[in-house]
Design a protein around this ligand. Structure first.
Ligand SMILES: [Mg+2]
Length: 318
């Protein structure tokens, strides 16, 4: 594989209007942020054999990705992180490590997946880097922006605030870990209209990511088990065992849904507006923030013992 020829082919795939204000070809790419916006940045790497498997090598393994899926996911996981901040994407740079035996075609198809998705989310691809590596990896760094006052962080949850989650959770390994929709639109709407006190995207699993919010906010929570939205895939993987299904929804991870808190006084209005604005995306109120650290559980309003899950969170193939 010739590095410069490959870079040229990749460059030709990226439409001019997605190359940023400077175009591709300088030592650094450029981005323009809307006036009055803050810049936020995120980066996430996917390593073959650790974070994902290649379809060609393992046709039947659950969770294996085609090159197009890998390209889509490499960008999508970063878009989900921007969504968690209430930010919109501006542009990305992509760093690839390519193993010696990898066909050029695989890399080009990876970019096809990434660019198709970048077009959908109006995300510029302003540059990148290619190196050789023992295993394939892709590291995408994504910049985004939001008005300073609508940026949402993990640290603002206050006792009494309601805890909400979008979508349905668990069983992502059956497919949604690769095909999920980053909740950019929903998150920006939330950030601008309802100012969540804390927000995160669920990558490590509901409980682990809730833990991140509670730790940053120096608070605890009460969670209503009966309100946790369980995906069809989680129920199927749990063989319809309800407790196993809850465990999957709480700990599988890679759901890439939004978990956020808002003042209780906003719950009713948000629920109403949400149903009208995002009829396809369920919104579930799963509990409330409390002063006392740790998580207490209820089921249909009654206190229950905390479920003993085998793991707190899950990382694919680790
Ligand atoms: Mg995240």
């Amino acid at each position: 594989m010739n590095e410069f020829a490959l870079i040229d082919k990749i460059k030709k795939k990226i439409p001019k209007n997605l190359q940023g204000p400077l175009g591709i070809g300088d030592d650094a790419g450029g981005l323009k942020a809307p006036k009055g916006h803050e810049i936020v940045w995120t980066v996430d790497a996917m390593v073959e054999g650790i974070d994902f498997l290649r379809v060609e090598k393992s046709k039947k393994r659950l969770g294996a990705l085609s090159p197009e899926q890998a390209g889509r996911k490499a960008l999508a996981i970063n878009l989900s992180d921007l969504a968690a901040m209430g930010a919109k994407p501006l542009g990305c740079v992509v760093s690839l490590g390519i193993p010696p035996n990898m066909p050029e075609k695989w890399v080009l198809r990876f970019y096809d997946g990434l660019i198709t998705f970048a077009k959908q989310y109006k995300t510029a691809c302003v540059g990148g880097d290619i190196t050789s590596a023992p295993k394939f990896f892709a590291s995408v760094s994504l910049a985004g922006s939001a008005p300073a006052k609508s940026l949402v962080r993990r640290s603002g949850a206050k006792p009494g605030h309601g805890i909400a989650v979008t979508g349905a959770l668990g069983g992502s390994l059956r497919g949604s870990h690769a095909s999920f929709t980053p909740r950019i639109e929903e998150a920006c709407f939330l950030a601008q209209s309802f100012k969540p006190s804390a927000m995160i995207d669920i990558s490590d699993g509901l409980l682990q990511d809730l833990g991140h919010i509670l730790e940053s906010s120096k608070a605890g929570a009460e969670i209503e088990m009966g309100e946790i939205p369980i995906s069809k895939d989680a129920a199927r993987m749990a063989n319809r065992n309800p407790m196993k299904a809850v465990e999957r929804a709480c700990t599988d991870g890679e759901d890439f849904e939004l978990l956020f808190t808002v003042p209780a006084s906003n719950k009713q209005k948000l629920t109403k507006v949400w149903q009208r604005k995002f009829p396809e995306v369920p919104l579930s109120w799963i509990g409330r923030v409390e002063k006392q650290k740790g998580v207490r559980w209820t089921f249909k309003g009654r206190k229950i013992r905390a479920p003993q899950f085998k793991r707190l969170g899950f990382q694919h193939f680790r």
